[in-house]
Design a protein around this ligand. Sequence first.
Ligand code: PMP
Length: 392
Amino acid sequence: KSKMSSVSNPPQSLLKPMVIPQKLLMGPGPSNSSPRILSASALPMLGHLHPEFTKIMDEVKEGTRYLFQTRNNWTVCVSGTGHAAMEAAVCNLLEPGETTLSCVNGLWGERYADMARRNGAIAETINKPMGQVFNLQEIEEGLQKYRPVLLFLTHGESSGSTVQPLEGVGKLCHRYKCLLLVDSVAAAGGVPLYADDWEIDCIYTGSQKVLSAPPGASPISFSEKGKEKVLKRKTPVRSFYFDMNHLSNYWGCEENPRRYHHTGPIMSVYALREGFSRLVEDGLENSWATHKKCAEMLHEGVERMGLELFVQDKSVRLPCVTGVKVPAGVNWKEVADYAMNQYKVEISGGLGAQAGKIWRIGIMGYNATPDNVNRVLRALSEALKHVGFKSR
Ligand code: PMP
């Protein structure tokens, strides 16, 4: 006797209205989107190969070139968040059996090495404690020792709140016939960056940090050397979705007409376009200066409360994400929860070795204003009072 199929009960939760609170997102991302960026994602849908949409894609490419300060032909967006761009870099630039060197000073170098190994590459590492960066000599020793085809550096280490100096690294890598890959998810737009002048072969970022767009489309750009490495592969790129041979066509980097590869995240691209528009109106140098100024305000405010900054060397503090040491006897989460519950202000905790030991406070894009810095400082100071911490 055949069993009759019956429809399951409709989920009652979906009959209730969706309620989203207003929060000030001062963690390491996402940052708040401006009303203009948010309304861009509610504009009418277009087909992903319609001329009006491919024009928007072209504008996003121009924005990306401006953000990275590059003229790279292979400049596109990957559909997905920062991790997707990271996967794209790895699966295009590495072939099984090749050696890559990851500079690890926090979570992101570890993650890169993991991804490289999943793609069949040999991932070596050089290591620094969180809160410190690599100098040229340390990088050169790594290049000499491991002779990698690709070196990975995190520009803005959001877990250790450092900014990695990049000048000279590309030239050095090229002397060792190695390409340079840079993760600028938590830095691009917030600190000086000159991808062409610094000879970076592949660089990517995310949309939800300094660009203040929703997560979902991630800019990535390959130098001529980077492009050549992908074109000369002996094995196919393991991911169809992230294969630059396809994506470069879909993003109009070549003469051939665009072909269907996958459906682009239309609304995320609209929003990203408006994020770039904001950056262009503001100007890169102003954006860098604003992030610096707001970060300094935050640093002074935090120190005035009697707290200590995590990164000792002032010159390598990442303005986009600030690490603050949790004082002895204070529970970081109680403080963060109080700031959220009473002030709707997000302050994040540490990751990895610094979990429970630091707070991380983000200042990115649309959120980088003195008013917001004052709001997060007030929330933090009230929360500290609440948990009984006696500030100086
Ligand atoms: N790299 C860095 C430096 C990041 O800060 C992040 C996001 N925290 C990522 C990569 C990954 O981006 P996503 O969370 O958008 O996938």
